[in-house]
Ligand binder design. Structure first.
Ligand SMILES: Nc1nc2c(ncn2[C@@H]2O[C@H](COP(=O)(O)OP(=O)(O)OP(=O)(O)O)[C@@H](O)[C@H]2O)c(=O)[nH]1
Ligand SMILES: [Mg+2]
Length: 454
């Protein structure tokens, strides 16, 4: 950008670029307040977002070299950089890691930055025998690239074609590099290029982005004639030919480098944000389910092992209130113990006292049995405990719904929600499982009778 005096003006970063920085920062902030357990699960994603923010803020461009094994990706990186930095080998599957190679002297600078860095990232090849994990690593790297150099040395096979489709679907800018052209006769090469520029890849890659190279051409026999007329032959490796590719990369960067980086970062942030949100939902649901179950079991055991006053069996106990406070925390909502108690009571009311009456029946029968066969009989304590645990289980499910909806019953009434929960719960199976838990505990407790002795 030049001003009226013809001097280069230091450009401001444009709105898209700043919006991309904001999007990445916002994605980070969205998950920064999560609890310790969630943070551990989300840490990798958060780190990746931080790296993306740092990349954006420093204006770094990342070009990922991607493709089948042994197509010459590593050789291409070396040829572009002009140094043998990454390892080239005839053996397929040679590159096992991601190699970040700074590409100095490109002359490219992201507008708005005084100095920027272009990095070439060499990746492991696709289709390596037992190298699925490394192939995946390469795909992930490509999905984060500002620009992908898709390297092939022949017509595209199934793996290559579907990888190309995936990248194009993700709106990745791609330069398709046909390498090792020294191995083809002229007609063969033309035939291949016609194929690449034909209908099969139309829509996936524009013709201008199909480039040929010789990253590490095979040795050729050179005939050398001496002054005396005698000749000798010598085998030498010709210089690599990657100039067309270098020019094309710079053209793409000059034309849309900054937009590519911004678009890439914004899409990355959106994807990560979705992924992390989904992961967080799954984590919360897992933890909530485990919490509800463990409190239901605790309640079952408490009631089964200590024949208790009616008030405890009827719910609204410390166990239920503590469960509600714990569930609230899982969903990032702080609730006081007295509010938790109030919530438990309102859930029980909304349940239409169904559970209560069941619990009462169960309690009454236990009292009756206790009177007839003696307190501590497994025949009485197990059903009584399970019924109490079932009550806590339902209270837990309702409280979970309440917290999932931001501490409200959403569009429904508490009664509707709880009726639905009662309908959707396989009561028999929950009771059976609770009974099993109680039995396990009794058999582990040397002081509790197993019922048969009574
Ligand atoms: N004839 C010819 N051979 C090449 C060319 N470029 C690379 N090669 C050879 O192809 C083989 C594989 O090259 P690499 O650069 O290791 O290929 P790669 O894609 O990095 O392979 P992996 O890391 O195993 O996936 C080596 O023997 C190179 O010498 C080329 O332009 N022409
Ligand atoms: Mg390699």
């Amino acid at each position: 950008m030049n001003d009226e005096n013809g001097n280069e003006k230091s450009e401001e970063l444009d709105d898209d670029y700043l919006a991309a920085i904001d999007a990445v920062r916002a994605a980070i902030e969205r998950f920064e307040d999560c609890g310790e357990a969630e943070r551990q699960e989300l840490q990798n994603d958060l780190d990746e977002l931080s790296r993306m923010a740092e990349k954006l803020e420093s204006g770094r461009v990342e070009i990922v070299v991607f493709g089948e094994i042994s197509t010459g990706k590593s050789a291409l990186v070396n040829a572009l950089v002009g140094e043998d930095l990454t390892q080239v080998n005839v053996q397929g599957g040679w590159t096992k890691d991601l190699w970040h190679v700074p590409w100095e002297g490109t002359g490219y600078r992201v507008p708005g930055f005084a100095k920027t860095e272009v990095v070439l990232i060499d990746t492991p090849g696709l289709n390596e025998v037992s190298g699925e994990q490394r192939g995946e690593m390469a795909r992930v790297a490509a999905s984060k690239a500002d620009l992908v150099l898709f390297v092939t040395d022949s017509d595209l096979n199934e793996t290559e074609h579907s990888a190309l489709v995936d990248l194009a679907d993700a709106h990745k800018p791609i330069v398709l590099v046909l390498n090792k052209t020294d191995l083809y006769r002229r007609e063969e090469l033309e035939q291949l290029l016609t194929l690449f520029k034909g209908p099969r890849l139309a829509g996936l890659i524009e013709a201008a982005n199909i480039v040929t190279t010789q990253a590490d051409p095979r040795e050729k026999e050179y005939i050398i004639e001496s002054a005396d007329g005698s000749t000798r032959s010598e085998w030498r490796k010709p210089a690599p030919q990657v100039e067309d590719l270098r020019i094309r990369i710079l053209e793409v960067l000059e034309a849309e480098g900054k937009a590519l980086i911004a678009l890439n970062a914004a899409m990355f942030a959106a994807d990560k944000s979705d992924r992390m949100a989904a992961l967080r939902v799954r984590l919360r649901e897992d933890r909530a389910a485990k919490t509800i179950w463990s409190f239901a079991v605790t309640k079952s055991l408490a009631v089964a092992l200590n024949p208790v006053p009616a008030a405890d069996v009827l719910g609204g106990t410390v166990v239920d209130a503590t469960m509600v406070v714990t569930l609230g925390r899982i969903y990032g909502i702080d609730i006081t113990t007295s509010n938790a108690r109030a919530l438990v009571t309102s859930i029980l009311k909304a349940a239409g006292w169904v559970m209560l009456s069941e619990a009462v029946v169960s309690y009454a029968s236990s009292v009756f049995k206790a009177l007839t066969v003696g307190i501590g009989s497994a025949a009485t304590m197990i059903p009584q405990g399970a019924a109490a645990g079932y009550g806590s289980y339902i209270v837990g499910q309702a409280a979970r719904y309440y917290f999932q909806h931001g501490a409200s019953w959403g569009n429904a009434s508490a009664k509707q929600v709880i009726t639905q929960i009662l309908e959707n719960t396989d009561k028999e199976s929950v009771l059976e499982q609770l009974k099993e838990e109680i039995k396990k505990k009794i058999s582990l407790n040397p002081y509790a009778g197993d019922g048969s002795q009574n």
